[in-house]
Design a protein around this ligand. Structure first.
Ligand code: NDP
Length: 448
């Protein structure tokens, strides 16, 4: 038993922090965790989970319009934003409770207050109590980075979007990343007028260009307006509560809400890192080695606060690897190669491995196989949208380098396809697999 109050003190009870706390405790460590907001962190409280539920909620609009063609008569259908919002937030409460129970059942002591670092082995709680620990894990995550235009305080971020009093009739979305595309899709499906303001002519940077182009085509067909190479100069609140957005020059646009989604920064301000000699990197992120250790040997960091890959499953793996390394006598690192990811726009897109462009740059000769198809489910869709699946392979070995897709359920299909890529399979393995008919996924084994 060390002379410290705890073996491990975790700051931040999000995905990475909770996993690290739970696994460390199961390895026999005495663990405490501090959370200043709500147990669950970004993913559970104001990210992946409530976002996906809003996506599901908004998709009923299209499903219901298709339903009539399939013989259903639905009288008096209407939509109530407050009901969806409250339903989503009630589920967030439920999950927060489950996360709390998990901590309690592993005898992790929870301090529901802010903790800051006061030394290599000490933290101070907001209530004033000083606590010592052999190891400290920083898992405080990230926070929306708001640009510095005048009137930005009238805009909302993804933190507030889950709590809007009313559904905006018109919504401006600033940014062209994950959050921008996902919420543009949600509010467009719910019937709001949506305009995306993007500073370049590229959205979803890092995803395969052909797939992104298809996403843009579909989104525009559904009525989302994209203003590329455009930036917000200022936002002014009007007497009627609406917002007047100056896009530079003479042009001003009036909307009900402006959602800013221009990236997220590490939430390190005021954490006391300077007192232990930790210097911050880009966007305030904490530099760590492959074992998530900072330059202060007793302090580690995992998840979005480290600016490696800002994805929940990655934070969870980092937290688990930390616990196994420090308390489980099993030092291990996280493999960042070929992480699958998805954007829950409508329809969703997903990708794993190299894009066609990246493959050409790194492998020289590559072959691409593309399937374009109208999903059977869309037979009655007024938009006649076509899905697109793409496989990028090494021209010589036919080893799969990347799989990219857009279409209904693309993330569900890609998760499994990612196993094939991770296993180093060639396209032949797909060719040899009999199609499961009729499905959308069969397109992946029928690529010519
Ligand atoms: P992203 O990094 O995905 O995108 C940021 C967008 O904002 C880019 O289009 C960027 O343009 C633009 N931008 C950046 N700075 C400015 C600025 N000052 N003015 C105008 N535009 C700007 O960030 P998000 O906020 O969408 O999401 C944050 C992170 O959260 C993501 O990186 C992702 O890892 C995670 N996330 C994951 C989801 C998922 O897995 N489905 C869902 C939601 C979030 P440019 O490309 O030119 O730099």
């Amino acid at each position: 038993m060390s002379g410290f109050d705890y073996d491990l003190f975790v700051i931040g009870a999000g995905s990475g922090g909770v996993r690290a706390a739970r696994i460390s405790a199961s390895h026999g460590a005495r663990v405490a965790i501090a959370e200043e907001h709500r147990v669950g962190g970004t993913c559970v409280i104001r990210g992946c989970v409530p976002k996906k539920m809003l996506v599901y909620g908004s998709m009923f609009a299209e499903e219901l319009s298709h339903a009539e063609n399939y013989g259903w008569t639905i009288e008096g259908k209407s939509f109530d934003w407050a009901k969806l919002r409250d339903f989503v937030n009630a589920d967030v409460d439920r999950l927060e409770g489950l996360y709390g129970k998990t901590l309690a059942s592993h005898e992790v002591e929870l301090f529901a207050e802010r903790a800051t670092i006061t030394g290599p082995n000490s933290v101070k709680l907001a209530s004033g109590r000083e606590i010592t620990a052999a190891h400290i894990l920083i898992a405080v995550g990230g926070w929306p980075a708001m640009p510095a235009f005048s009137g930005v305080e009238h805009c909302i971020s993804s933190n507030e979007v889950f709590h809007l009093e009313t559904q905006p009739k018109s919504l401006m979305v600033v940014g062209g990343g994950y959050i921008a595309m996902e919420f543009a899709g949600v509010f467009n499906a719910l019937g709001s007028e949506v305009t995306v303001i993007n500073r370049s002519d590229c959205v979803l940077r890092g995803y395969d260009e052909q797939v992104v182009e298809r996403m843009l085509h579909i989104a525009m067909g559904r009525g989302i307006v994209f203003r590329m190479n455009s930036e917000v100069a200022s936002v002014e609140k009007q007497d009627d509560g609406s917002l007047l957005v100056d896009l530079g020059g003479t042009e001003k646009v009036k909307v009900d809400q402006v959602l800013v989604a221009t990236g997220r920064s590490a939430k390190t301000a005021g954490l006391g890192l300077e007192c232990v000699g930790i210097e911050l990197g880009k966007g305030g992120a904490i530099p760590v080695d492959e074992y998530s250790r900072t330059n202060c040997p007793s302090i580690y960091a995992v998840g979005d606060v480290t600016d490696r890959v800002q994805l929940t499953p990655v934070a969870i793996r980092e937290g688990h690897a930390f616990a196994d390394t420090v308390f489980g006598k099993n030092p291990r690192t996280v493999d960042y190669e070929n992480i699958p990811s998805a954007v829950f726009c409508q329809p969703p897109l997903a990708g794993v491995g190299l894009t066609e462009q990246e493959a050409k740059e790194t492998h020289g000769k590559v072959k691409t196989y593309v399937a374009e198809f109208r999903p059977m489910k869309n037979l009655y869709s007024p938009h006649a949208e076509r899905g697109l699946y793409k496989m990028v392979v090494d021209e010589v070995t036919e080893k799969i380098l990347g799989i990219h897709m857009i279409g209904p359920e693309a993330p569900e299909i890609l998760q499994i396809a990612a196993v094939a890529l991770k296993a180093g399979l060639t396209k032949q393995a797909f060719d040899e697999t009999v199609a499961l008919h009729p499905s959308m996924a069969e397109e992946l084994v029928l690529l010519k």
